[in-house]
Design a protein around this ligand. Structure first.
Ligand SMILES: O=C([O-])CC(=O)C(=O)O
Length: 160
């Protein structure tokens, strides 16, 4: 199915939250959608890995990393887990590394940018909670739609 966020905005103006246009696409899959799973972390990606290994195939993992520029929350290995598990994609309010590998990996990866330093491995953070970033609220179970034009979220699955 081809996502066209512009068409969704035309068709469902009252049902969509539009994410702040400050995110970049790094994954090979430029257009994807699915139900949201969430984690919230700060400079620590243990819960990101655990979510990638456990959330249902087809879901989109949304990571609130507090937009921290201290380190990368995902690299080539974690992107490969997302692809192998058949996740639709990952959206990170934070930074990634191994961007050349990530852009060859068959999943969606959205983030704020790149930084080469890896994160801490302490396992701190929260899972499956409502997030607030990018000018919108991200509830687990909401649907996110992504393409080359941007990111939009609806509280239900939309007919396309
Ligand atoms: O392990 C990490 O912190 C992230 C990483 O480099 C990878 O996913 O390849």
């Amino acid at each position: 199915m081809t996502i066209k966020t512009a068409d969704l905005c035309d068709e469902y103006p009252n049902k969509l939250s539009i994410v702040d246009p400050s995110f970049l696409s790094f994954g090979k899959e430029k257009s994807f959608f699915g139900p949201i799973s969430t984690v919230k972390v700060k400079d620590d990606n243990v819960l990101v890995r655990r979510a990638l290994e456990t959330i249902p195939p087809g879901n989109v993992l949304v990571v609130d990393g507090a937009a921290s520029k201290n380190c990368a929350l995902m690299g080539g290995n974690l992107a490969e887990i997302a692809a192998q598990r058949g996740l639709a994609g990952v959206i990170i309010n934070g930074y990634i590394r191994d961007s050349l590998e990530v852009c060859e990996t068959d999943t969606g990866v959205i983030a704020l940018g790149t930084i080469p330093l890896k994160s801490k491995k302490e396992g701190k953070g929260q899972e499956n909670i409502t997030l607030e970033f990018g000018n919108i609220t991200w509830n687990p179970g909401d649907y996110v739609y992504v393409d080359e034009d941007g990111i939009v979220v609806a509280s239900e699955k939309l007919d396309m």
